[in-house]
Design a binder for this molecule. Sequence first.
Ligand code: ZN
Length: 377
Amino acid sequence: MAKPKIARINDLLGLLNGLCPPGLAEDWDNVGLQVGDPNAEVSRVLVCLDAEQAAIAAAEEAGAQAVVSHHPLLHRPLKRLTPADETGRVLFRAIRNGIAVLSAHTNLDRVADGLNDWLAARLGLKSCQPLERPQDGAFYKLVVFVPVGHETELLDAIFAAGAGQIGNYDRCSFRTVGTGSFRGASDSKPFIGAAGEYEETEELRLETVVPADRLQKVVARMLKAHPYEEVAYDLLPLANSRQDVGLGRIGVLAEPLSLQAFAEQVRQQLKTPTLRMVGDPQREIRKVAVCGGSGASLLPDALRQGADCLVTGDVKYHDAQRARAEGLALIDAGHFATEQLMVAELTSRLRLAADKRQLPLEIIEMTAEQDPFFTLC
Ligand SMILES: [Zn+2]
């Protein structure tokens, strides 16, 4: 009889990394497993915005062994671990109750089908593109030499691992025919020719692009699928930027709206009782930039890409002044309201990913989180 399948924290981390690769996170960020034993069993997972004590309490009540939060629990080195502060209290309580904490932060902000796409879709934006794109280290060029006739199998393997995607096109590659030469040592087992003999053979030079976060997987699959004992290949870092990932999104409304009407729509869609705005309420809004959380630093990107309005949270006085001076409308809908929608969305993505891998995980959504700010009417 087949043993019933169990899931471990490491499996959950694998699901999360598959949805939002950690390589997309900002350098200063701390994503992934925050506290917990990767080998511990897990059957129930609670998804939330903040791994505060309330989330750990909700996980205890629900019988969950893991919490997946957006904001990382640990974001600066700890000098002591005591219950004297909130981080210490959360860590103590989580460890005592066998609850692991995992976080997906700026990787979830940047990834395609991540927080900013969900926010843009909620606000009715179409034809969305990233507002800011990571520049360096996002792509590698992979060049590999393969004997003629073996290229299809090799390309299938590396494309399946995530290579060859350029914007909306997949299986992108280039090939040239040439002559490869080699001589194997006496103890080698060459695929073509014999050990110790100089050989020349017709080979293809295959070129394709690989996102940095898929590099290890692509190289491993390539080495497995290649017929040669020793594979000749080059990995070249590229300065190209990725078109599918990045902070924030910019898109267009189906119908232009006045700033006032659009702000009302934002307020309703994000279920926030209050928001602040900069700009003439009657001005027309069509092209909209969004960034969940604190996105005022993307103000220059919004201007450069010709946005009429930027929707974000945590806008400071001088950012508001600058937006007014530059003629960019601003809607500050709050950090909480522009990010809390990730809870339901990530819950549904994790459920699908767990089903696909046949992992016995019950993913539940924390619904009781509240904005620390409230409005005095
Ligand atoms: Zn945030």
